[in-house]
Ligand binder design. Structure first.
Ligand code: HEC
Ligand code: HEC
Length: 261
């Protein structure tokens, strides 16, 4: 990845429009540059990843005109991990063409009942057991305070019905080349005494591992004290099939999640 100080990044005039818009080969080139430079944070399909928001919702907080996108991509977003890039202009435009091609009908209105969804979310055996919203809830899963702004309805639906599907998709490029470790997977450790603890990894280096266990406790181990450390590409989140969450409950839940922004 090429990182540029903001003043070196190429400037697009405020009224610039994409010279490489809408052409299949530009979409394909953009997909390639996106996978190389952006996929690790935003997910290889731009659907969002561990470190970056979805870019396929059709809504960009930092501006959605061609010129604004160009500026966000070249300058980054100061104060966040979104870096500036010194990519040649034709690569930036190809990426913008690609991103526009990925926008799904994500903002399609959900006619669910957000209040009913909120109840489901906070009922004791459901989502809040593992997820926080605005400082309340569990910590095993990611904070969902802004999930309605950063994820598409399609992504959220798949996540609830089949959590492992997106987990895997976020890791491989469509052609299967790339594998990027994601910190949201599951880790299982076995102590020398034979105790097995499952959870999500928080911090890990050659000698130690810190994890949040399914018991909601933080565990810190020296690897020399462990018999085994196993990383699994699967989510600790349950798959909510229709027996656990009816279609109507899911629709209401999505309506609630959409209000979290
Ligand atoms: C190290 C992780 C990382 C990399 C690499 C990265 N981004 Fe980002 N990007 C982010 C984060 C985090 C944000 C959200 C910033 C914020 O809080 O507003 C973001 C925001 C954006 C936005 C603005 C979204 C909006 O709602 O306005 C765009 C567009 C974007 N990135 C495109 C790209 C492109 C294109 C690349 C590759 C050239 C890229 N990003 C590389 C992390 C990353
Ligand atoms: C047993 C704990 C647990 C429960 C219960 C649970 N989740 Fe999760 N959830 C997780 C974990 C761990 C992750 C991170 C790994 C992953 O992405 O699958 C996650 C990820 C997610 C994500 C993806 C967040 C992102 O930024 O991409 C969403 C959305 C989500 N959960 C929604 C829900 C909803 C809605 C419910 C209730 C129907 C729920 N979860 C119940 C543990 C849980």
């Amino acid at each position: 990845m090429l990182l540029a100080p903001a003043h070196l990044a190429a400037q697009a005039p405020a009224n610039a429009t994409n010279p490489l818009a809408s052409n299949r080969s530009n979409i394909e080139r953009g997909r390639h540059h996106f996978a190389d430079n952006c996929g690790i944070c935003h997910g290889f399909n731009a659907q969002g990843g561990d470190k970056g928001p979805s870019l396929n919702t059709g809504q960009f907080r930092h501006g959605s005109t061609d010129a604004e996108l160009y500026s966000t991509i070249t300058h980054g977003v100061p104060g966040t991990v979104m870096p500036g890039n010194a990519l040649p202009p034709e690569q930036v435009w190809a990426i913008i063409t690609y991103l526009r091609s990925k926008i799904v009908a994500a903002r399609s209105k959900i006619d669910g009942n957000a209040q009913a969804g909120e109840k489901t979310f906070w009922s004791s055996d459901k989502c809040a057991r593992c997820h926080m919203v605005a400082g309340r809830g569990g910590t095993l899963g990611p904070d969902l305070t802004r999930i309605g702004a950063t994820r598409t309805v399609q992504y959220l639906t798949e996540k609830v019905r089949d959590p492992n599907k997106e987990l895997t998709k976020g890791m491989h490029e469509p052609n299967g080349d790339y594998v990027v470790p994601i910190s949201n997977g599951t880790v299982v450790v076995v102590t020398k005494a034979g105790q097995r603890i499952t959870g999500v990894p928080r911090n890990e280096d050659t000698f130690s591992i810190q994890m949040l266990g399914t018991d909601n406790e933080i565990h810190l181990f020296l690897k020399s004290d462990l018999k085994e450390v196993m990383h699994e590409e699967k989510s600790l989140m349950p798959s909510y099939n229709e027996a656990l969450l009816s279609d109507i409950q899911l629709r209401d839940l999505l309506a609630y999640l959409a209000t979290l922004r």
